[in-house]
Design a protein around this ligand. Structure first.
Ligand SMILES: Cc1ncc(COP(=O)(O)O)c(C=O)c1O
Length: 436
């Protein structure tokens, strides 16, 4: 194209770029952020972001100092070594693997060799690395409990990996449908490699799997030679009841790849996550090497290593609380509990007697799903924002095909109780317009 200035500029055609760029999963985030930006004063039940009141600049300095002291006093590093650790390129699998291993033992009852942990740039990178490794050929497909976190669907699209959905149903994963999907996939000549799920306070449904379902899932995975990808960013944020053991804690056969994120339990800006990949890989250079080492090779070509500064900050927070993120988040957990109860009580007070309006009652995490007797889509979201000043997420963004057309996801993590009350009043006004 030639501009008036006579300058020649280059234009690229979308159709000449990777097909994933036109996929709804990749447009979903952009659309939702764009709506939020256009209505900055709306009360937003949309983002799954952590509570902001505990963000504290001083704490960043303190965490960094605690980590440096740990290197000096506990690990006997010289000043030069401490400097190199923070300033240089570093170990591809990360520098806080020992501390993550301790946290997993303390908070989750998961005992793993620190060598099987890869520290990543958020959990999102870990998902990408694992899918990259598992998609060896076109035949490899991923199973995912539906509705699914968009970041997973998006990562799979980037890698040209087909995602086949498994019904979540009322218990979080429909085991019968899982077996059907595995068999159907094989009958079609494809190879189901793994099932992705968020067993605790799922994004987007808020559902938690009970222990019996978890054990059955592990049994099916063993029988069907399937890996389980357990993504657990919200598990520590329990509002009521007893914690269920993670799939990884129950896993005696290395069937589970466990994904952790420090976005909600430290803060998102730290961009630290990890994957536990303790599976043995036959035929690797060092006999029976770890899957973590194969992932590390991919990471070395994607992000080289996770920022040591970020890891130092996250590690400092862990050290300050003797390895427990549960203790580190005592205050936040109270806020999330308070908010979730306020949201559920508020829904009850406003909609208990409204025919066709239903919602689930998660026992923790950030999300609640509301079902309504009218159609829910992006157009309704825009209308809700413009006319009523309230934002939420249409559930159909989390379905790989058609689904969730009469559902919306409410997130309560970022709001005050007054905002929750006012937001629900606005939502009630929107519902009244459409329920006649
Ligand atoms: C289920 C799930 N997995 C992964 C992530 C990404 O985590 P991170 O910010 O650590 O990349 C999120 C973020 O919201 C999530 O909800």
């Amino acid at each position: 194209m030639i501009r008036d200035t006579g300058q020649v500029t280059t234009a690229l055609r979308r159709t000449d770029l990777h097909a994933s760029l036109s996929h709804p999963a990749l447009q979903s985030m952009t659309f939702l952020n764009e709506v939020a930006n256009r209505f900055p004063n709306a009360i937003s039940f949309a983002p799954g972001r952590p509570y902001e009141e505990s963000f504290d600049i001083e704490a960043l300095h303190r965490y960094l100092r605690i980590f440096c002291d740990h290197l000096t006093h506990d690990l006997a590093y010289s000043e030069e070594q401490v400097c190199r650790t923070l300033f240089q390129y570093g170990r591809t699998k990360g520098i806080m693997h020992q501390l993550i291993s301790r946290h997993l033992a303390v908070d989750e009852g998961i005992e793993v060799d620190p060598e099987s942990i890869v520290v990543t740039v958020g959990c999102q990178e870990a998902l990408f690395l694992v899918l990259r490794a598992l998609r060896a050929s076109e035949q490899d497909v991923l199973l995912a409990v539906s509705p699914t976190y968009v970041g997973l669907t998006g990562a799979a699209r980037l890698l040209d990996m087909r995602v086949r959905t498994v019904r979540g149903g009322s218990v979080g994963v429909d085991i019968e449908d899982l077996i059907t999907q595995i068999h159907d996939a094989r009958a079609e000549g494809t190879r189901p490699r793994a099932l992705y799920l968020v067993p605790d306070f799922s994004n987007p449904t808020g559902i938690t799997l009970n222990t019996k379902v978890r054990r059955t899932l592990l049994q099916v995975a063993a029988e069907e030679r399937l890996l389980l990808l357990e993504d657990n960013p919200y598990g520590l944020l329990r509002a009521k009841g007893r914690a269920q053991p993670t799939l990884k804690a129950l896993d005696t056969q290395q069937r589970v790849l466990y994904f952790g994120s420090l976005a909600k339990t430290c803060f998102p800006g730290v961009r630290v996550g990890y994957v536990v990949a303790d599976q043995r890989v036959q035929g690797s250079e060092n006999a029976d090497g770890l899957f973590a080492d194969e992932l590390s090779k991919i990471k070395s070509m994607v992000t080289v290593n996770t920022s040591p500064i970020s890891q130092a900050v996250a590690a400092g927070k862990l050290l300050e609380h003797n390895g427990s993120l549960l203790r580190a988040n005592a205050r936040e957990i109270k806020v999330y509990r308070r908010n979730l109860i306020r949201l559920l009580n508020g829904l009850e007070a406003r909609f208990a007697s409204v025919p066709g309006v239903q919602w689930n009652t998660p026992s923790g995490g950030f999300f609640v799903v509301v079902t309504v007797p009218f159609s829910v889509d992006d157009t309704l979201l825009e209308h809700s924002a413009r006319r009523y000043g309230v934002l939420w997420t249409p559930m159909n963004h989390f379905y790989n095909g058609d689904g969730g057309r009469q559902q919306l996801r409410l997130s309560c993590s970022l709001l005050t109780v007054d905002q929750i009350d006012e937001g629900l009043n606005r939502l009630a006004a929107l519902f009244t317009e459409f329920i006649r």
